[in-house]
Design a protein around this ligand. Sequence first.
Ligand code: NOJ
Ligand code: CA
Length: 711
Amino acid sequence: MKNFQKIFYSIFAIYVFSCSSENLDAPFKVSSPNNSLIATVSLDSGLPYYSLTFNGTPIVDRSRLGIKTDKLIFSDQLEVIKVKRRSKDKSWKQVWGEQKIIRDNHNELELTLLCKVEKNKMILRFKIFDDGIGFRYEVPRQNQLSEFTILDELTEFNLSEDSPSWWIPAYAYRRYEFLYAKTLISEISRDKFSELVENLNGPRIGPEAVQTPFTTQRKDGTVVTIHEANLANYSSMALKATGTKNLECDLFPWSDGTKVKTSAPMKSPWRTIIVGASPSDIVMSTLTLNLNEPNKLSNTSWIEPGKYIGIWWEMIGTNQSTWGSGPHHGAKTEKVMKYIDFGSEHGFDGVLVEGWNNGWDQNWCCNGEGEDFGFYHPHPDFDHKLVRNYAKEKNIRIVGHHETGTQIENYESQLDSAFAYCKRNGIRVVKTGYVNDGSKNIKRTGADGKIYKEWHHGQYMVEHFRKVLETAAKYEVSIVVHEPIKDTGLRRTYPNMVSREGARGQEFNGFMGINDNNKPNHTTILPFTRLVSSPMDYTSGIFNLTEYRYFAPDNRKINLNHQIPSTISKELALYVVIYAPIQMAADLPENYTGHPAFQFIKDVPTDWEHSICVDGEIGEHITMVRKDIASDDWYLGSISNEKGRELLISLSFLDSDKKYNATIYRDPESGGWKKRPEEVVIENRYVDSSTELNIILPPGGGQAIRFTPEG
Ligand code: NOJ
Ligand code: CA
């Protein structure tokens, strides 16, 4: 057995040690189990601070802690009145995931702080793992305090080095759906983003800030990712830029300017700093999941990983069908049945049907409301009973679609009926969508009857997304969210939260022309930024990479201004690089029929026993390997940015007592995203754990491999 397997399968053990007689004089130190990370918490004239070192090198310099509320003081004039320490080493099982067993091994420091003036209490809790640190604020139940408002969170992240960082702006009209900018931390600004990536014309509402996960890499190679875990009943954290290497917690405000409306007892989300000696370490981090609560669903048998095809790319990509009714309506009964036939023939689990419900004709993107924009009334072209029965017969599940148009109140008023409809009709997975919110454009009716506009990442929406997830769970439906709130690990608590978009996905290669679509380096940045919080519904697998888009459904001329900046081999590799328990094969069935590379999409699993990032540089390249949960097969995905490169990959992860047949799907050596992107070389060779594999990736290319043990 390999060493890492031994670790993962080590006896589930837990030990707890607590001590309340510790000296109450700051500073307080807490170190990770292997002592590589050390956090120090100090008090200076009643103000709390923390700092962090990695292998003795400062990573985060002294940074402020505290929250400002409308009631009591939780930020200054504080003293420590109690110290508790605990340690834990316990493994737990995922319902599905990148790996079956996750080890939670950390040391904990709990400081109870008293405000000397008002005598109120707050707990500062730190958990420190070998892959990073999490800390949060807890306001316990106490006299005189029930409801209160957080006006500001004072947490700072004063990074010790002004290092290159990969970021997308917060408070911008397209939420998370941007390409990444790379600048020094001190250079973060909207103007810089407009200069480097995309013009962010438009009103500047909100501070200069970036979304999390935010990643930076120091000169010595150390990678630091700042994010949050277990975001619940709170507002999302962006990071405010200061023109220096210091970042500040910036909570998306309510329309009245306050940050969080809450009551005691309260726990903030965990502020997390993931630290790795290399980019690959960051990809392997399990900190976010370890800081979420265990699974709350007693029965999870209805949550099934799998792959789906769907009526989607023909609207968003090729532009030959429409969501709304008319001669080109996509979700017509006969067409859905053809997709079901194709899916069933090729072993898919699901068929996504978008544009199945009424309300899509003129309303879905803007003003849809009420029954006219309903989630349980099928379109007249879509015979849902026939489709339901046919899908069942063919062992296919229909993946439903709830495009809310961000009409939150309308959707919430139909939530129960919408998911009850799913349950009645055998719909076990629903893709939800929140287009057209303009980021701070979400209508909410206040208690005074007035309409207020909220941020997509504010507390109002954090609570909305959770409500949808909980309602879906009640009806045994899993959710794939497009235009979601960011992922902070909630999938551990609600494993029906199977996937989400939350970044620029393949769709941009559909509706954007060659100047504005995804660039080849985009998918080499995602694993080290957005995917640190995983999974993502990127929708890989486009085979027709050129000459695919029509000017309009009734204009059958091909628009040559569109090209997917990828190769077929890279599209295959993305199934291994980008993790999701539910993955789409996004292209049209006709582009897969008879194509030899389609076999890889049919074979590749979506639930894994182990995953390893064997190599990677942010924005350059990445190679992931994963072991199937249901067999002894391993899969490899390797991708490159605009540059071609040659990598030597050791196959030491394979079982040492087996020989494997490797089925390799690769670009021709002189190919790449600009030259012959649709050519795939498929070859077989025998390998074992001592093999060093030479992987040649042409510019913008990729390679996908299935390793099957002999015998
Ligand atoms: C945007 C989503 O990302 C896409 O997948 C969906 O098809 C459209 N909105 C319509 O809901
Ligand atoms: Ca989207």
